[in-house]
Design a protein around this ligand. Sequence first.
Ligand SMILES: O=C(O)c1cc(C(=O)O)c2c(n1)C(=O)C(=O)c1cc(C(=O)O)[nH]c1-2
Length: 226
Amino acid sequence: MSPSEFVAALRGLSHRYWGTHPFHRRMHDGELSEHELKIWAANRWYYQCVLPQKDAAIISNCPVPEVRREWLDRIVYHDGTEAGDGGTERWLRLCTAVGLDREEVLDQRHVAPGARFAVDAYVNFARTKPWLEAVASGLTEMFAGHLMQRRVADMLANYPWIAPDDLAYFTNRIDKVSGEGKGTLDIVVRHAVTREQQEKAIAALSFKTDVLWSLLDAIERAAAKE
Ligand SMILES: O=C(O)c1cc(C(=O)O)c2c(n1)C(=O)C(=O)c1cc(C(=O)O)[nH]c1-2
């Protein structure tokens, strides 16, 4: 495939992205109960927690210095440079805003088995697949910017107990992915040069959309149980 055909094939997976999942739709429409929002935040905590390990796995498998250098930033972004800083901490702030205690988030008591399985599959993918496929699986970022922008506006409009500062996780992340995953896409296009590598990259992104979809399925199910 030419680079433009390849990029079009990757973007063509947008319909599988979790933006259209019924649980996200209900969230955006203001239909989630306080309980459902709590279960969502507590389960997504598990995803947020493992992202640095996923990114470290990619770095450990990657022999290309410039890719490692670029990727390192992601670990620092989530973990911060000191305790109390970074994306993970901003997610905890959102958790407390929706009414969770830090302790019940940190001890993962609300994490549903299916959510754990989906997220663990993503980390295992990064640990066991060639680094380029693992990088390509992060390309859901191409679709995330718009969704997060809508999420901030819709959550502020629909859930009056959530204040703008509580959504710092998303506003900060929107800035980070404002290039719509451009850096990641550049790496994938530069390094996936054979048809086989391109097809593996497309399959990796498809796998990741399944991970996110399954995570929300598990959240939806867990949240339905009062
Ligand atoms: O809120 C969202 O809809 C959303 C989606 C995604 C994504 O599409 O993978 C990520 C994030 N947020 C996010 O905050 C984040 O840090 C992140 C890292 C990754 C990744 O695969 O490395 N995806 C995402």
